[in-house]
Design a protein. Structure first.
Length: 379
């Protein structure tokens, strides 16, 4: 890039990214816009299965079917290099730049570079990691053509600024799992979700709770409707949500990771998480009715069997592990699940150990969080 991205242009780009959460059909155009901002030759938004070296999600711009097929033949090598970096990466909040972190990654030693990147004239590859477990990695990958050279400090800085916004949009897209929500049908569309959603103004006043959120209020959950104002029982969650709401109202470009995957419950309670989506940063979201500065998506899997099935499909759990997981997601202890399934505790421990290993988690709360993201809430 030859000049700094203006504040106005950066704000518009963030708005475009967040618009994708309510209209997934916009992702291809948004990816093309991000590619243009970085003078990229191509761009890929993917979910990688690192065990079987395959792409579970592959949305790309700038790749012909022929070159995509040729690239996919080298997924084993690509995943090996990514895994090497992730093993020593100090933080997933910093982009991974091939020219800097893999200096010996050239045509002389790499079949992928020789067969794909070199013929395409690719001089550098930038990875922005959105999610990582030991078995799965979600990322945005930007390819730089040799005519623009390798990634610059300025581009790396811009990528780091975009990363939390991309992560929020992808995370909420998975929670929402919505088709395009029409201009004046926001409330009706939200009422069709099984996760709770609350539309609020900058003061925290509730403009619209969907049906699932209303049930949460009535059942004495971590959120309540206090005479039309949203209240959060857990103090630290209340502070973070309030901060996210103010940032969403004033300037969504500064929200960063604030308000993403906020735990609403105490450590000894069944986990419930919330994600804050700014609603006032683009015409697409501002024009929706009722007008709101933020939408708070709340949810833990209401159907443990469906959540377990969703995880089993993605992480290739066995039937026995899936049955155990359904009980574990319901909040039962290992001993209680073993008794319910009439299996030995040693067997239950083996199932749990295998599930943790396959999903890249280590606690029941982490499994609940992952299940919430995997379970499509649309009824």
């Amino acid at each position: 890039m030859t000049s700094l991205l203006s504040e106005k242009r950066f704000s518009e780009l963030i708005g475009t990214i967040y618009d994708c959460t309510l209209d997934p059909s916009r992702w291809d155009a948004t990816l093309a816009e991000v590619k243009e901002v970085f003078d990229g030759e191509s761009i890929i938004l993917s979910l990688n299965d690192m065990r079987s070296d395959r792409l579970l999600i592959d949305r790309s711009v700038g790749w012909t079917p022929e070159w995509r097929e040729r690239r996919d033949r080298h997924l084993t090598e690509i995943h090996a290099r990514v895994s090497e970096w992730l093993a020593v990466a100090p933080s997933l909040d910093a982009p991974f730049i091939a020219s800097r972190h893999l200096p010996s990654y050239d045509a002389g030693v790499s079949p992928y570079v020789k067969d794909v990147l070199a013929p395409l004239g690719i001089a550098d590859v930038m990875h922005l990691f959105l999610m990582q477990t030991p078995t799965h990695v979600s990322e945005l990958v930007i390819m730089h053509h040799e005519r623009y050279g390798v990634a610059t400090e300025r581009e790396i800085e811009l990528a780091a600024l975009l990363l939390p916004h991309l992560r929020r949009a992808v995370t909420i897209s998975r929670v929402l799992d919505a088709q395009a929500i029409e201009h004046r049908q926001l409330a009706d569309a939200l009422d069709a979700l099984s996760c709770g959603v609350v539309l609020i103004d900058r003061r925290g006043a509730i403009l619209h709770p969907n049906r699932a959120a209303e049930r949460m209020f009535c059942n004495g959950g971590p959120l309540r409707n206090d005479r039309g104002v949203l209240r959060v029982r857990h103090p630290s969650a209340a502070r973070e949500l309030r901060a996210a709401i103010l940032l969403a109202a004033e300037d969504e470009t500064t929200i960063g990771a604030t308000g993403l995957a906020v735990r609403l419950t105490a450590s000894d309670e069944k986990p419930v998480f919330a994600h804050v989506l700014p609603m006032a940063g683009s015409d697409r979201r501002r024009e929706m009715e009722p007008a709101a500065v933020a939408a708070i998506f709340i949810g833990a899997p209401a159907d443990e069997r469906a959540a377990a099935k969703a995880l089993a499909t993605t992480f290739e759990l066995t039937q026995a592990e899936t049955r155990f997981l359904a009980g574990f997601l319901s909040g039962k202890t290992l001993t209680e699940v073993a008794a319910h399934l009439d299996i030995a505790q040693t067997t239950a421990k083996t199932h749990l150990r295998n599930i943790f290993a396959k999903t890249g988690t280590c606690r029941q709360a982490d499994l609940m969080r992952l299940a919430m993201q995997m379970l499509p809430p649309a009824r």
